[in-house]
Design a protein around this ligand. Structure first.
Ligand code: ADP
Ligand code: MG
Length: 305
């Protein structure tokens, strides 16, 4: 478990990136911090591995104040995946993945063997092991970035908008890959996104942020969709665009799955039990068959407004 207690970060130039932020991030779940650019997401994430230290307040991991832990030691338990993969251009895929294990003294052959295993884990063909990053597609580079994040076998994985630079189809694949990986690995994942669809797809817990790291709403995707806390959230999730109020229909629900309906009673999505995973019909009114897609009430409503 990660806990932020009344954390504030003011950068030396006086920018108040985060003010009075408190949050519990449960172990072995995916928590998504979602908000527009400049809302303090990256700052919050970097306070977990001490790339940034708070101006006041504390961050605890499993009850321990991390300001008392050496950054290098702390980071051994925390993987970090960056937006533009952050791969070293003059190192091969396998060398990139093995970078941190090598730094911590793992012998070359063992580090390479582990890198190859991690390539399997993230769905990369082993044939790519000796290529350089520039010889990979954007999606493959991001997979290498994820493999590198996993290389120290961390309990915590920080992912800062890792898929925002890849095209939508590849992004869909990578998101599904994260869900599959999480089933297998059950890490504590903190995922930063500016994309609410991505947040709802991946998050067990979604935290909607405004400027200054102000929490506007936190909860499961289901809770936030069904009851946006205020206009900011409603606009952000696009609930106002189709002029619909989403609710959970018991009548339309089958078995343990619950069906989300709009104000007209039309199904717009299914929340599959027991994990509360959301899949949403990408088609609108008239087509009730849900596809396994992220929440699309924002994007498919052109005709409703
Ligand atoms: P996000 O990741 O949500 O886009 P950031 O955490 O990167 O937000 O930034 C939050 C605010 O802090 C922004 O106003 C940004 O310009 C500012 N900021 C971020 N890093 C620095 C820094 N090193 N020095 C000064 N201001 C910064
Ligand atoms: Mg950021």
């Amino acid at each position: 478990m990660i806990e932020f207690r009344d954390v504030t970060k003011t950068y030396p130039d006086g920018t108040h990136a985060v003010r009075g932020f408190s949050l519990v991030i449960p172990a072995r779940q995916i928590t998504v911090l979602v908000g527009s650019s400049g809302s303090g997401k990256t700052t919050l994430m970097r306070m977990i591995n001490r790339m940034v230290d708070p101006t006041s307040g504390t961050v605890e991991i499993d009850g321990q104040d991390i300001s008392k832990i050496e950054p290098v030691q702390l980071r051994r338990g925390i993987g970090y995946v960056m937006q533009n993969s952050g791969l070293l251009p003059h190192r091969t895929v396998a060398e990139n993945i093995a970078t941190v294990p090598r730094l911590t003294g793992v012998p070359k052959a063992a580090a390479r063997a582990r890198a190859l295993e991690l390539m399997d884990t993230v769905g990369l063909a082993r044939e790519l092991a000796d290529r350089y990053p520039s010889q990979l597609s954007g999606g493959q580079q991001q997979r290498v970035g994820v493999a590198r994040g996993l290389a120290v076998d961390p309990n915590i994985l920080l992912m800062d908008e890792p898929f925002s630079a890849v095209d939508p189809i590849v992004r869909d694949e990578l998101q599904q890959e994260v869900l599959r990986l999480q089933k297998q690995l059950a890490k504590t994942i903190v995922f930063v996104s500016h994309d609410i669809d991505e947040a709802f797809l991946l998050g067990d817990q979604v935290v909607v942020l405004e400027q200054g790291g102000h929490i506007v709403q936190q909860g499961t995707p289901e809770q936030i969709l069904a009851e946006p806390a205020n206009d900011f959230v409603a606009t952000f999730i696009g609930a106002d665009r189709g002029k619909r109020r989403l609710s959970v229909s018991s009548a339309a629900s089958r078995g343990d799955d619950r069906v989300l309906v709009d104000a007209g009673g039309y199904p717009v999505g299914v929340i599959a039990a027991p994990g509360g995973r959301l899949s949403v019909a990408s088609a609108r009114v008239g087509n009730a068959s849900p596809k396994s897609r992220s929440v699309s009430n924002k994007t498919d409503q052109a005709g409703d407004a």
